[in-house]
Ligand binder design. Structure first.
Ligand code: NAP
Length: 270
């Protein structure tokens, strides 16, 4: 039965949208894709200047914009802000796009332990911090759509970014659990698994980036499938199948292949 006949909200009809990580990359592109007259977009990021740029673009497209300069690791502050936003204009769609990349450099066997913990706190706990207050409100209304940003690196541990892969594997498992728990309550959960997208996150990383795509193309794919209520948006398909195959092969083979790939992730102070 179609979503319309079941009375479910689809992303296309959204009038109130929350996006974390809206100051850059995929989150910024998604914010612009929803921005239109009659739509309120609530944008979260930490960098005031870049978040204001996204806000200006959304306003120029006719949307009403509210910006929140928040660190998604700050659970209490984030929850209070999201509840206040939802009080003003009940959320139809929430997308947890805020994320921190990172991995090891040449010459180092393992990644920096502080950075590794910041990655887990941002990507996994930050996603949970975002979704808790959203789910609470959507459950009361019995409708809504939630999307999280996963990664191919969640499908198979990679030697050059163990913590990033672990954080995203956690995001996948968390969202799958929510998807099963919330489906009967009118809340649709979508896991977005993009391949290589040309954003600030991987701009300075030296590695093969097969089928690297520009942000606007990735955003078009994501929006089209969000509007259809897809449960999983994994693209490009050929890379996704390759990553799944990597899970099926004997572990020593895949380990050997992966360690032949040279990857250098620049240091960061985070
Ligand atoms: N690019 C890819 O190839 C790719 C592939 C698969 C999955 N993804 C996922 O897609 C999502 C978006 O990444 P992107 O490529 O668009 O990267 P990006 O351009 O670096 O954007 C990352 C966003 O996350 C925000 N952010 C980071 N830490 C935060 C924190 N503690 N609190 C609040 N906001 C925080 C940043 O905000 P500030 O700069 O304002 O702090 C920025 O807006 C991430 O979850 C990433 O893991 C990306």
């Amino acid at each position: 039965m179609s979503d319309r006949r079941q009375g479910r909200l689809t992303s296309r009809q959204a009038r109130s949208v929350l996006i974390t990580g809206a100051s850059s990359g995929i989150g910024r592109g998604l914010a612009a894709s929803y921005a239109a007259p009659g739509v309120r977009v609530a944008l979260i990021g930490r960098n005031a200047e870049r978040l204001a740029d996204t806000a200006a673009q959304c306003e120029a497209q006719g949307a009403t914009v509210t910006c929140g300069l928040h660190d998604v690791r700050d659970r209490a502050e984030l929850a209070a802000w999201i509840r206040a936003i939802d009080d003003e204009c009940p959320l139809d769609v929430a997308i947890a796009s805020a994320g921190l990349g990172g991995g090891r450099n040449f010459g180092r066997l393992l990644e920096d332990p502080d950075r590794a913990r910041a990655i887990i706190a941002t990507n996994l706990a930050g996603t949970m911090n975002t979704l808790d207050p959203v789910v609470e409100r959507m459950l009361m209304r019995g409708r809504g759509q939630i999307a999280v940003l996963g990664s191919f690196s969640a499908l198979r541990g990679l030697p050059y970014c163990p913590a990033y892969g672990a954080s995203k594997a956690g995001v996948h498992a968390y969202a799958e659990g929510l998807r099963a728990a919330l489906a009967a309550h009118g809340i649709r959960v979508t896991i977005i698994v993009p391949g290589f997208v040309a954003t600030a996150m991987n701009r300075d990383t030296t590695s093969p980036k097969p089928l690297l795509m520009p942000v606007d193309r990735a955003v078009r794919v994501i929006r089209r499938r969000l509007d259809r209520g897809a449960r999983l948006i994994a693209f490009p398909r050929v890379l996704y199948w390759g990553a799944l195959l990597g899970r099926l092969l004997p572990a020593p083979w895949t380990d050997r292949m992966l360690t032949c790939i040279e990857v250098d992730v620049p240091d960061s102070a985070e």
